[in-house]
Design a protein around this ligand. Structure first.
Ligand SMILES: [Zn+2]
Length: 307
């Protein structure tokens, strides 16, 4: 007889609870599923939306994996420890931006200080040479593309398996995590809900970003992933449609960038942003110029370039 995770989704029984969108708060973890909690850090803002979503995957019998512990906020770190019942087995950072990874070492230290279980390793990818100093990061161990992270009960039975997918583009050291048993994709900052991912060269790269979107779409097919759990914003349904829409949006923007560069061949980013982002408020242009630069670099590298 084939054993099956009783909580795994079936086409007839989607995880409707995942799509509930309660008002944002930071004091309580939201149980998206019994084995998936979301705790939002108290760092709302222009770049972070309602705040960074830290996710806890696991359970009392297996301990928990923390995905994106967030900024170094003592109250948030304490809550992560509390909602995990003091049993954190792994800490994984999707990438090392300041709103995602700085809590990793303090959380690890808190686990060591409180005792009970061995301090969890901090896992992820080391920051590249292109990363800003504020995003410098060295995990205890670098995660391999395709690697599986498991949680087991004391008798050795595996109950939860996350799979790692390298997804450079937003950051060179970005990775996503898949929970195929539940059809979930933890997308970090590669895919957001309610805001647009910034691709900021040199650590950000538009060609890598688009390539990783294709890899994520392929993973959705292979693993029947349905829901996207972003680092900022609520859960999204119909993962493949979200990814297709996002890619189309990027390519449509790129087409406008190409037209702008053709219209003003000697132009600067300031000239091009006014043309290529004429549909967004001028207040957004300073940020938009970072992704604009990523498009410009990509167009200049393509065969045929901006011609
Ligand atoms: Zn980021």
């Amino acid at each position: 007889m084939v054993s099956r995770n009783p909580s795994a989704p079936t086409p007839q029984q989607p995880h409707a609870g995942l799509l509930a969108a309660p008002p944002w708060q930071h004091a309580q973890a939201v149980a998206l599923l019994p084995q998936v909690l979301r705790l939002t850090a108290p760092n709302p803002g222009l770049m972070t939306g309602p705040g960074t979503n830290s996710y806890l995957v696991g359970g009392a019998a297996t301990g928990w994996i923390v995905i994106d512990p967030g900024p170094d906020e003592a109250a948030h770190i304490e809550r992560l420890w509390q909602f995990a019942g003091g049993d954190i087995r792994l800490i994984v950072c999707t990438h090392s931006h300041p709103d995602h990874a700085p809590a990793a070492r303090p959380l690890q230290a808190l686990c060591a200080q409180r005792g009970g279980t061995a301090p969890p390793p901090v896992l992820g990818l080391p920051s590249a040479a292109t990363a800003k100093a504020s995003s410098h990061f060295e995990p205890d161990r670098a995660l391999a593309d395709g690697e599986r992270l498991t949680l087991q009960t004391a008798d050795g039975r595996v109950h939860h398996t996350l799979q790692v997918l390298h997804t450079p583009g937003h950051a060179a050291n970005h990775l996503c995590l898949l929970l195929p048993a539940e059809g979930l994709l933890f997308s970090g900052d590669h895919i957001l809900n309610g805001s647009t991912t910034i691709v900021n060269p040199p650590d950000g790269n538009m060609t890598a970003y688009l390539g990783a979107l294709d890899a994520l779409d392929a993973a959705c097919v292979t693993h029947a992933l349905r829901y996207i759990l972003p680092a900022h914003g609520h859960v999204m349904d119909e993962a493949r449609a979200v990814i297709a829409h996002l890619k189309a949006h990027r390519l449509a923007r790129e087409a406008k960038v190409r037209v702008a560069m053709q219209a003003r061949p000697q132009g600067t980013l300031d000239d091009w942003v006014a043309l290529a982002y004429d549909d967004v408020p001028e207040s957004v242009w300073p940020l938009a110029k970072r992704s604009l630069l990523a498009h410009v670099e990509r167009l200049q590298a393509l065969p045929g370039g901006t011609a």
